[in-house]
Every structure is written in C-alpha cells, then in structure tokens.
Design a protein around this ligand. Sequence first.
Ligand SMILES: [Zn+2]
Length: 73
Amino acid sequence: MPEFCPKCGAMVADGTERCPACGARVQPRVLDEKTGFTWADFFNYSLYTLLVLIAAIAIPALIAFLCLHFILR
Ligand SMILES: [Zn+2]
C-alpha cells in the first residue's frame, strides 16, 4: 500500500522513512490489515486501562484505610 508524504503529498514507497521529493520524515504506519489495529492504539489503550485500574483500586483502598484509621483509633 503506497503512502503519501504529509508535507508535500508525494507518493512514498513502502518502508521509506524520508520523502524522496522534499526529505520530510514519513511515519511508517504499523497497521494490521484486518482489524486496523495499531501499536500506538494498543499502548494508549493499555495506559488508559492501567490508570483506570489503579484509580479503581487505590481510591477505595484509600477510603477504607482512612475509615479504619479513624474508626479503630
Ligand atoms: Zn514530501
């Protein structure tokens, strides 16, 4: 699948890092053909999930700790 330079719009061959016309850096897209899955999406999703999980665990744990701390004093 050919890509196009984001700067000048010239067609860039697969696997080429720089545009042959203007020399701009072309980001090689790592895209699964079937699902449209990209590793960037995966890492963003993982990071978001991780943050939500940490919040979901840390906030009740903090509340429980504070309750116990004040009740069992
Ligand atoms: Zn270009």
